[in-house]
Design a protein around this ligand. Structure first.
Ligand SMILES: [Fe+2]
Length: 197
């Protein structure tokens, strides 16, 4: 896939996530936000690692590329700020709106100005190679992220199964004759808290 098509596909994906964010509420909203954050971090990373360095040199694309770096910084700061929230407060909603507007502006500028200038400044081969490099980097990052999260899940499952067996123990103890097994309840609370993190 060439660089433009790859980046445009990313843009459409994020647009779709932003419309999901608008209609979601409660914890579902925070989960959509986590997805947006992940997508944007990955997208800005591949652009900054391959695409922008190639566009910084040619005169036609130099200024817009510098502007794009700055816009990325604004987006990253907002993402960091927003990810600290546990729920969608009024301030968080305002930040989400600003984030969306920033991303929309950035996408528009890239697709309508930077990409056409880049198509003029770079060869078709360059654009194809950049696309391949960004695609490979995306896969590498996603693979690392998914193996990290699967090992996290594994340990969460472990503690969840511990929690399950521990939480049934006091019930049995209450229902049965002996109360000696109820010491598990304190541990249950702790491990439940841990597994939610
Ligand atoms: Fe970008």
């Amino acid at each position: 896939m060439d660089a433009f098509n790859l980046l445009k596909a990313d843009h459409r994906k994020v647009e779709d996530l932003f419309s999901q964010l608008e209609s979601a509420s409660g914890q579902a909203k925070m989960r959509v936000f986590e997805q947006i954050k992940m997508e944007l971090e990955l997208h800005t990373h591949i652009e900054e690692k391959f695409f922008y360095p190639a566009l910084k040199k040619p005169k036609q694309t130099h200024d817009l590329t510098l502007e794009a770096y700055e816009e990325h910084d604004v987006v990253k700061k907002l993402l960091q700020q927003m990810s600290r929230a546990k729920s969608a407060t009024e301030e968080w909603e305002a930040q989400a709106k600003v984030l969306q507007e920033n991303v929309e502006h950035h996408v528009e500028e890239e697709e309508n100005e930077l990409f056409p200038d880049a198509a003029a400044a770079l060869s078709e081969e360059d654009i194809e190679t950049l696309g391949e490099q960004m695609e490979a980097e995306k896969e590498r990052k996603q693979h690392t992220a998914s193996s990290k999260s699967s090992s996290k899940k594994k340990s969460a499952n472990k503690s969840a199964s511990k929690t399950k067996s521990a939480s049934t123990a006091p019930k049995r103890a209450r229902a049965g004759k002996s109360g000696s097994k109820s010491s598990g309840s304190k541990r249950t609370k702790k491990s439940t808290k841990k597994s939610r993190r």
